[in-house]
Design a binder for this molecule. Structure first.
Ligand SMILES: [Zn+2]
Length: 390
């Protein structure tokens, strides 16, 4: 047995060394079929991630403003409660979560602009009996305007500290990947977190995982949620779609990070998969189901195997998109890919600083996986007094 397995793997290695396996449309189709099979019915809402993506990132334009306006102007869902300590005050398109601790509130994402933050975050919190003045931190999961637009207003009004990753702070300060007049300006630089950092407020600790791909410094926070006497572990996947154009290394980053999250979710027992867009986790239907069946099983508790499948769906869709780009390269459509798939599937393109910084973060986070558990703790200045001078 052992021997034949060994021979088999030697033969396979020799085969792989001697040939370049061409990417074909069948490769792409196989990935999409696999993703659909893994998603099944319950994770169907992730399948749009598998749709073909354009090779070039959308530039600011009137058309983009218009489509954002349409998304923003959809009627907002009712604010609601997912767990004893987790509330939804987001819009129809983009999420805002409030994590309640014994020493104040942590807001996860701040919607598109001041107006939305006032109407939905402040308004929603009041309707749920939460006091916006208790917001101590605003976590910006990644540096796109639909997540940071209302952050500065909340920070100023309630003297809350704003948390983002170093790489996305740099991006927000020096050159936005996306911009639109529908978004208010990025918040002023405040707390920068690294992969594995934690933030403790009262009885609650949030772990920040840097999961690059969607942006180079996307944060996926992990924290406990409570439902009566039961404690569950939640993870908000901080950036989902591949809207960065033909950037193979970002897709590689995404593939690596979804694999890492599968491993971490198994190790930590993450059983509540959440998103920062309600369309990617069924938030609205789940809020309603929880409200209607108060006391019954919490619909947000999907179980660890579902978290694993969700990561596999995203991973498989990233592989499908990578194959699509390799396919165009093979067909000779781009000088950028002259040698790409002959080496290791990495595009040999000119990388800007952000790409380099992101890949550095990725290699650091890969190293962190082996050595940095349990996680390091943020400097006490970040945890003891949120009202400390900024
Ligand atoms: Zn985004």
């Amino acid at each position: 047995m052992i021997r034949s397995a060994l021979l088999g793997s030697v033969a396979l290695a020799a085969l792989m060394a001697c040939t370049t396996v061409a990417t074909t449309q069948a490769t792409v189709d196989q990935y999409v079929d696999d993703a659909r099979r893994i998603a099944g019915e319950d994770l169907k809402f992730l399948m749009p991630v598998c749709n073909p993506q354009p090779a070039v990132r959308a530039a600011p334009s009137a058309a983009m403003d218009e489509s954002l306006a349409k998304l923003i102007n959809q009627p907002a869902p009712e604010p609601g409660q997912a767990f004893d300590n987790l509330y939804y005050v987001g819009a129809a398109w983009v999420s805002a979560w409030v994590l309640k601790t014994s020493e104040g509130l942590i807001l996860i994402d701040a919607l598109n602009n001041k107006k939305e933050a006032a109407d939905l975050i402040e308004g929603g919190m009041r309707r749920l009996g939460l006091d916006p003045a208790q917001i101590r931190y605003v976590l910006v999961t990644h540096g796109h305007g639909d997540h940071y637009g209302g952050a500065q207003m909340i920070a100023e009004r309630y003297r809350a500290r704003v948390v983002a990753s170093e790489i996305d702070w740099q991006m927000m300060e020096t050159g936005l990947e996306f911009d639109s007049k529908m978004w208010d300006r990025p918040p002023q630089r405040d707390i920068a977190v690294k992969d594995g950092d934690t933030l403790t407020l009262g009885d609650t600790t949030v772990r920040f995982l840097i999961t690059p791909g969607h942006t180079l410094g996307t944060i996926s926070p992990v924290f406990d949620v409570r439902d009566g006497s039961r404690v569950h572990k939640a993870m908000v996947w901080g950036g989902t779609s591949f809207n960065f154009g033909r950037d193979m290394r970002r897709l590689d980053g995404y593939i690596a990070q979804t694999e890492r999250m599968r491993e971490l979710s198994a190790r930590w027992g993450i059983d509540v998969p959440l998103s920062n867009h309600p369309g990617f986790d069924g938030t609205v239907a789940k809020l309603k189901a929880r409200k209607d069946a108060a006391g019954g099983a919490n619909p947000f508790v999907s179980g660890q195997p579902v978290v694993d499948r969700a990561m596999r769906v995203l991973n498989t869709c990233a592989r499908a998109q990578k194959s699509r780009f390799l396919l165009t390269a093979q067909a000779g459509h781009s000088e950028l890919f002259a040698q790409a798939n002959l080496v290791d599937g990495h595009a040999q393109h000119n990388e800007d600083e952000h790409i380099q910084a992101g890949m550095l973060a990725l290699s650091r986070s890969e190293a962190a996986q082996a050595v940095a558990f349990p996680f390091s703790v943020l400097a006490s200045a970040h945890t003891l007094d949120p009202h400390k001078s900024r």
